[in-house]
Design a binder for this molecule. Sequence first.
Ligand code: COA
Length: 278
Amino acid sequence: MIQTSPQGTVAYEIVDRVAWVKFNRPDKRNCMSPTLNREMMEVLDELEFSPDVGVLVLSGEGTAWSAGMDLKEYFRDTEALGLKGTRDAQRESYGWWRRLRWYQKPTIAMVNGWCFGGGYGPLFACDLAFAAEEAQFGLSEINWGILPGGGAAKVATELTSIRRAMYHAMMGENIDGKTAAEWGFVNEAMPLDRLKARVTEVANVLLKKNPVALKATKDSIRRVREMTYDNAEDYLIRAQEAANSYDNEGRKEGIKQFIDDKSYKPGLGAYDISKQKA
Ligand code: COA
């Protein structure tokens, strides 16, 4: 059953342990208003620890994934309220992107169409990203007279080369989904009519993995990027030991099913988590 947030800016549906969350302002190309940012945080809150949800997918209703920040409601209207208005709006948007970056469950951006500017925040926040070849990605800020803020400049340099990021940000030209995959903005691109099937396939693989190990893994990949080798080595020891305090049986079961039961091969797939003791 599809549910919507009180003001209708976010829609979501849980099917077979996958939460399909959508930006839901198709008439406004899913641009992010303060209302949407507030409602998205509420929806993320509701789903994060729900036992019914194992993976979260973020996509957009209609022709857009998200046309970035709402130029009227997010920029002009909040600026008219003074510095507090601007800062409040920034905190709300950056807040849910940060929540998503460190979300408890694995997250997938399913980029079905337009993805501009501020949209790069949630794009980067998702652990994995798949795009329609027809989608268009752009740092359009330069076209309307600002720099790529809200993390967008950082996202571009995190995901692609400095030359590409610079050209992308300075020229304000769009790239399609296929190029976005070549540049590293997304994992893969495929025709729009195959996008949902591919994302469902990926989500179903993730659902079969140990959830404590997945959370430790995704956090580790993000954290170690900014560490020296020695710090990363140490962090990974601590992170695994911390994970053991939530699940001390998973890895033992994983070893047992391979070495003793010979029921699977870790090089070829995941152990059967349903057989794991609580
Ligand atoms: N902020 C505010 N309103 C936006 C918007 C945004 N980022 N993106 C789209 N809209 C609104 C339009 O003003 C229009 O509103 P209206 O129906 O009340 O006139 C409606 O959404 C539909 O947009 P439209 O431009 O007619 O759709 P399109 O399919 O022809 O073009 C885009 C789609 C995404 C190319 C175009 O809307 C656009 O360039 N949007 C701005 C993208 C951008 O620069 N974002 C920057 C974020 S920092």
